[in-house]
Write a protein that binds this ligand. Structure first.
Ligand SMILES: [Zn+2]
Length: 273
């Protein structure tokens, strides 16, 4: 048994599951009043979408000019990443504003890909979709190639929850209107879809949630591949995966997104421009 010693209290590591809650609470009580980390600057909506692009690029969402991020605004317009820039170079002033209903660019200095129809459809049919991400990330695209969903074999893979679906049709090229309707119908109420022979589509209400879902899905794809290559991985129970997803949806992972923003600020703060 390991004793955890602090200045003011002594806590004994839990021996049973029932003890775990009290153990964790003790840790949090000791941290009461302390910040999780250095604060980050307030970000404009354009800076939010630019930093998300940079963060996800680092996580494997990096297929040349492929991929788009859309972010619904209170006035009903949408901010989207420009077509011709990679996600590690995009800055706040590169972000485009579009009207999905009329399919027109309202503001911005670059172009918007026609493949953004997938996003327009998702935002049109689901009120809870404030953020939508499409790309061909390194590991999830392997599963798209074999028309299979990766299993959940460790905890980060569970953070997106159980609602990931496979859309098993690929009509080729950029998403057409018909393709988009079918893909979003297949998505249903899910958090994400793996698009067969293509990539992924991830949706969320908020910025920390869309970040976590994108990272969790790519981690799931990577770990499942490696674990299956090693041998016979043991899946998490449906109950554990559902609980993990619900916890992330309700409370997120406190401090995680802010830590990623700080990493981008250290690396290259030009996304703010
Ligand atoms: Zn694509």
């Amino acid at each position: 048994m390991t004793a955890v010693q602090t200045d003011s209290t002594e806590t004994t590591a839990p021996e049973t599951k029932a003890d775990m809650g009290a153990y964790q609470n003790a840790w949090y009580r000791q941290a009461e009043g302390r910040p999780l980390g250095p604060p980050i600057p307030g970000l404009s909506p354009e800076q939010e979408i630019a930093v998300l692009a940079r963060i996800l690029f680092r996580e494997g969402y990096d297929d040349m000019l492929a991929g788009h991020i859309s972010y619904k605004q209170p006035d009903g317009t949408f901010l989207v990443t420009p077509y011709g820039l990679t996600w590690d170079e995009v800055t706040a002033s590169d972000i485009m504003r579009v009207d999905f209903e009329t399919e027109t660019v309202l503001d911005g200095k670059w172009t918007v890909t026609p493949a953004i129809a997938l996003h327009a459809r998702a935002h049109a049919v689901r009120d809870d979709v404030v953020w939508a991400v499409h790309n061909h990330p390194k590991w999830a695209t392997v599963w798209a190639a074999v028309h299979r969903l990766p299993g959940v074999f460790e905890q980060t893979s569970a953070l997106i929850g159980p609602d990931v679906v496979l859309y098993d049709e690929y009509l080729g090229g950029a998403a057409t209107q018909l393709d988009s309707e079918a893909a979003i119908a297949a998505l249903g109420d899910a958090a994400a879809a793996i698009l067969a022979n293509h990539g992924v589509f991830v949706v969320a209400r908020g910025l920390p949630q869309v970040y976590m879902r994108c990272v969790s899905l790519e981690t799931r794809a990577r770990v499942a591949w490696a674990a299956l290559a090693v041998g016979e991985p043991v899946p998490l129970s449906d109950q554990v995966v559902s609980f993990a997803g619900l916890t992330m949806d309700r409370a997120g992972w406190p401090g995680a997104f802010e830590a990623m923003v700080r990493r981008e600020l250290r690396h290259n703060p030009s996304f703010l421009d």
